[in-house]
Design a binder for this molecule. Sequence first.
Ligand code: ZN
Length: 248
Amino acid sequence: MSTMSRLIHCIDCSTIYALTPFDTTPEYRGSGFGNEVVRVEKNDRVYFDGMHSDHNQEELAIIAPALYSEGAYFDPCRVTYLTATNGKETFLIKKWRRHIDEALRYDLVDGLLDVKETVSIQKDDLRKQLACEIKDPLLSEEKMQAFIDLFQEEALQSGSEQEPGEACASNYAHICFKPLTEEQIARILSRCRVVFTQEEWKRLAGFVMNNCQANGVMSVAIRKTAMLASASYQSRVMKWSQQVFNQP
Ligand SMILES: [Zn+2]
């Protein structure tokens, strides 16, 4: 059985209802008398149909279950945007809860979500880790900077887009850490041979091996940001530009 929710759209009310496999699971609540717990029969589908029984409804198919999400995975109030379709139109839906005790809400959002990705290296953490692992003698400031520059160039150069199913370690929905590929590691080490002494190279090679996992300081940080362009804003801009460009 799929645990994925099915989305029902009440066309008349512009309301979304998520049909989950747990709809008929009874809830247990304190009765208010000491430690007594009462069983509350629950059937949200019946409740929804009761509210909207004579309205036009359609089922939506989810296209992107997490188009954009921000915040910690463990935060129950984290907001996730998803897209779903009735086969003709695509809907932007905000999945969230107002309070930790509340059920998830699914709200139709009027507009478009523009999701952008920025890729960066973890420069400060990398510098700290280098100073911590490479001692006696420390790398000179110039050499440290040379290593960071060289690493940054290689890490950000070749396609940093995340491929589906790729290992990605993060507690936050909008940040993920992508480990270096074997090819990138090989290129970094080979370029280092030219810049560093044999002894420095050996220690840097050890450092790269120690820190190249997804949770290491040599992984690349991919951060998503999203901008909501509301439909009403778009039509205002359209109107404004028509006025401007239609002037004689
Ligand atoms: Zn309705």
